[in-house]
Design a protein around this ligand. Structure first.
Ligand code: T3D
Length: 262
């Protein structure tokens, strides 16, 4: 197997992106960020209609590689803004703005920025043995990679504060019960289920999926009137796709639709 920090493969119409630094639980390095940047650009450019993200080995992603930074000498200052501005923030924005459904299969621990990264997916499945840890506070940092955006919205401010302020691990079953992930599944079922889901999404009406994602993103901040307007405008666009015509035709002809993603 390649030892590139990010693996990219195409299967059944979707792109499978695997974080591949298993010895350090797939913690983020500059090279890994570059690999992710390339993969998220390559997938739509090469016609993928869905994306699946997972990790190699026993971890999903342990956040920033803590051995990568040169710690400052006395009197020097380490400007962490640079890494958020140039790496984490563009990564999370790219995932939310990409008009393709992203399935995340959390195969093991997701800690620090690795947890924020997982939550940036559209449909997150977790292996039952996986854990979610807001590890930042344990090393004197604040949550990043979108953690303070997702957590209060997904689990409410009470649970969000406790997760961030204690750094305690949340089990996959609790993450599912709290609405942080779509579901937790037996470890050996994770990849078959995630791949079947990614293939199913890749065969679905891709333009409508992109527009649905746009609506769901906007809903987190919009008032009802603005959201209704956006639904009107995006439905207008969906109504112009070949897949809409195919969907209605197939229904009337009592057959399965064949969506082309257009
Ligand atoms: O600098 C910036 O850019 C600012 C942005 C920061 C964003 C962040 O993500 S900050 C948070 C960084 N992450 C952490 O603090 C998590 C650190 N890791 C852990 O706490 C634990 O490893 C876990 C709870 C995630 C898992 O524990 P466990 O017992 O299952 O595994 P382990 O034995 O601790 O780790 C296995 C190996 O992975 C080990 O290496 P070794 O001893 O076998 O050679 C360990 O050092 C390595 N590893 C785990 N996490 C990291 C890591 N190596 C580098 N960086 C890591 N984050």
């Amino acid at each position: 197997m390649s030892n590139a920090p990010v693996l990219y493969a195409v299967r059944d119409g979707y792109a499978e992106i695997t974080l591949n630094r298993p010895d350090s639980l797939n913690s983020f390095t500059a090279e890994m960020h570059a690999g992710l940047r390339d993969s998220f650009e390559r997938a739509p450019a090469e016609g993928a209609r869905a994306i699946l993200v997972t990790g190699a080995g026993r971890g999903f992603c342990a956040g920033q590689d803590l051995t990568e930074r040169k710690l400052p000498a006395p009197g020097e200052v380490l400007d962490l803004r640079v890494f958020l501005r140039e790496r984490y923030n563009p990564l999370i924005k790219r995932m939310r703005e990409l008009p393709l459904p992203i399935v995340v299969a959390v195969n093991g621990v997701a800690a620090g920025a690795g947890m924020g990264f997982a939550l940036a997916g559209d449909i997150v499945l977790a292996a039952r043995s996986a854990k979610f840890i807001q590890a930042f506070i344990k090393i004197g940092l604040v949550p990043d990679a979108g953690s303070t955006y997702w957590l209060p919205r997904l689990v409410g401010p009470v649970r969000a504060r406790a997760l961030a302020m204690t750094g305690d691990a949340l089990s996959a079953d609790d993450a599912a019960a709290w609405g942080l992930v779509w579901k937790s599944v037996d470890d050996d079922k994770l990849m078959p289920e995630a791949r079947a889901l990614a293939a199913r999404l890749a065969a679905s009406p891709t333009a409508a999926q992109g527009l649905t994602k746009q609506l769901m993103n906007a809903s987190l901040d919009n008032a009802l009137a603005a959201q209704l307007d956006l639904e009107r405008d995006t439905q207008f666009m969906a109504g112009h796709t070949k897949d809409y015509l195919e969907g209605v035709k197939a229904f009337r002809e009592k057959r399965a639709p064949k969506f082309e993603g257009k």
